[in-house]
Design a protein around this ligand. Structure first.
Ligand code: GLY
Length: 571
């Protein structure tokens, strides 16, 4: 039975569907808000949310449901859902303790800092981002297996089976997926296995048609029957390594066999009495999030008001400082000494705040910091899970670019990531585009590349409040920051927290991108007068979140309205 969690809201929100708190209740799946009593999954595709909620209803816990959802997304959301990529899982247990699973990809054993240089000795964007050398050793299956071994409750086979069925029997292609696949079909021509898998004899899938992925089903069956070995050894590993040889990539069967996911201590902070639990390095997300919240805590943000120039200015200045520190210090902690405790301390925020002028923009000065001409994709996907005992799981995982490297492993049916692009391009490379890196984040054997993914859980007084996160490259951290501020400072409803417009500043380039509707053009002109360079954006992030109403115990699943496929499934 669900515990009653104390929390903050509830302002009124529109319930698209409400299900009773009973184990016999059917799972309700909706592209809108769902409120339920016993369990909830919110993800980027209805079949995946439903697969997770079915696991909960059958008695599985939130970790079990997260595994089933993640594997189902690998079938139904091929742009980012994956078994050929990696990511992060933050878990909060019903007793209030928490942990994190790091299944970020690793560089292969042959990797070295200058591996993205072309024959002319110059940095090559193509090699770095769109080649077999751009593929990192995948981590997703190892991460799910580790989470299951330590914290799962259900049978592994039952968690994998829904994804096997979706791949083997097919699923209905949504309008959004049809549009996405059609848009990439020409580019897929260079990748015959990908073109074959995601077209109907060369023609684009139409909405409502059934997409079957037989090779992927066979791989998922091996994972179902052999666990992590079904991916990292035997047939799957051989097929992947053979594709690497064909394409000039460096991942070998040895790299795959050696890959290990890691359990790590989450980054923990507080914001006005709320507990923030998020992802530690090799993600920069949790560290930067807590750093920015600490800075904002020193201001009366509620009094400034959502969308005000004053709020936007202080938000931007917090972001500017956190992203500078991200560039300077953040990397794989197995390879670099990352000062997380200092960056996330209240004392450090107290030192930063006086550097912020109340009415004038700072200037982002890279000084002699090395910057790298890398590029970070807006793709990736986030999903949230809460079970009836109050266990919460926040997962963000990715192939890096949409459809990753575009390389489908022939005979194995899954897309490979291009995550090596999140390493710096080469030592000393400086670029004006502001995509930053340091020595610490260069490619080295078995190092994990720096990430921005920020799967996060919010609690208060020992009770679960929210499970949040988003895709969006570096915007992820700032999207999650604003979700917390919307919840805590502005007291918005669950729907409001997610729907509210957002902004993004990442130190360099020294410009803010403001989602249309965040503020009026007149208020933006006030920011410009302060010295901020303002650009407008059409969208920022896709935050599929869950909130818990402490007064009633109701679990509220809120798919981000920016994603027409985002779906909540609760019962
Ligand atoms: N590839 C996006 C990230 O890791 O943040």
């Amino acid at each position: 039975m669900l515990r009653r969690w104390s929390s903050l809201f509830l302002a009124a929100f529109t319930l698209v569907s409400v299900t009773a708190c009973a184990d016999t209740a059917a799972v309700t799946v909706s592209r809108g808000v769902v409120a339920a009593g016993s369990g909830m999954v919110v993800s980027a595709y209805p079949h995946a949310s439903e697969a997770g909620a079915d696991v909960l209803r059958a008695g599985g816990n939130a970790v079990d449901a997260a595994i089933a959802t993640g594997l189902a997304l690998a079938v139904t959301h091929p742009t980012a859902g994956n078994i050929g990529g990696g990511g992060f899982m933050v878990i909060r247990f019903p007793d209030g303790t928490s942990t994190a699973i790091d299944f970020r990809e690793k560089a292969p054993l042959r990797a070295h800092p200058e591996m993205f240089l072309g024959e002319d000795g110059e940095y090559s964007y193509q090699i770095h981002h769109r080649s077999h050398l751009a593929v990192g050793v995948p981590g997703t299956v190892a991460g799910f297996a580790l989470a299951h071994e330590r914290y799962g409750g259900g049978e592994w086979e039952a968690l994998v089976e829904p994804s096997v069925a979706l791949a083997r029997d097919g699923f209905e292609v949504s309008e959004r997926l049809a549009r996405s696949l059609a848009g990439r079909l020409e580019a897929f021509l260079d990748y015959p296995a990908t073109h074959a898998q995601f077209s109907k004899d060369g023609e684009p899938y139409q909405p409502g048609e059934i997409l079957v992925q037989s090779d992927l089903a066979a791989t998922l069956e091996r994972i179902r029957d052999q666990g992590r070995d079904g991916f990292y050894t035997g047939t799957t590993a051989r097929l992947l390594a053979e594709e690497m040889v064909r394409g000039g990539g460096w991942i070998t069967e040895e790299d795959l066999a050696r890959y290990q996911a890691r359990e790590r201590e989450p980054v923990r902070g507080t914001y006005r009495g709320y507990d923030i639990i998020s992802m530690p390095p090799p993600s920069s997300g949790g560290t930067a999030l807590v750093q920015m919240l600490n800075v904002l805590e020193g201001y009366d943000v509620a009094a400034m008001g959502a969308g005000s120039p004053e709020y936007a200015h202080h938000l931007i200045e917090s972001m500017r400082r956190a992203f500078r520190d991200r560039a300077m210090f953040l990397a794989d902690p197995d390879f670099a000494d990352v000062p997380v405790a200092r960056l996330t301390s209240k004392e450090y925020a107290n030192e930063l705040r006086p550097t912020i002028q109340t009415d004038a923009a700072s200037v982002s000065d890279p000084g002699d910091v090395e910057t790298a001409a890398s590029w970070e994709s807006m793709e990736t996907t986030h999903y949230s899970v809460v079970d009836g005992d109050g266990m919460a799981v926040s997962v963000t995982y990715t192939l890096e670019g949409g459809y990753g490297s575009y390389i489908t492993v022939p005979g194995a049916g899954f897309l490979l990531n291009n995550e090596m692009g999140d390493f710096n391009g080469r030592p000393g490379l400086t670029a004006e585009n502001g995509l930053i890196g340091t020595e610490a984040n260069l490619a080295r054997p078995e190092q994990r590349m720096l990430s921005s993914m920020t799967p996060t859980i919010v609690a208060r007084d020992g009770e679960l409040v929210a499970v949040i996160g988003s895709p969006g490259g570096r915007t992820i951290i700032n999207t999650v920051l604003q979700l917390v501020v919307n919840l805590v400072d502005f007291g918005q409803s669950p729907e409001g927290v997610v729907a509210a417009k957002r902004l993004h500043h990442q130190w360099l380039p020294d410009a803010v991108r403001i989602e249309e509707g965040f503020m009026s053009e007149e208020d933006a002109a006030v920011l410009t007068a302060m010295g901020h360079e303002v650009n407008w954006s059409r969208g920022q992030g896709i935050a599929h979140c869950i909130f818990v109403d402490g007064a009633t115990g109701t679990i509220v699943g809120v798919p981000d309205p920016r994603d027409s496929d985002g779906s909540a499934a609760g019962y």
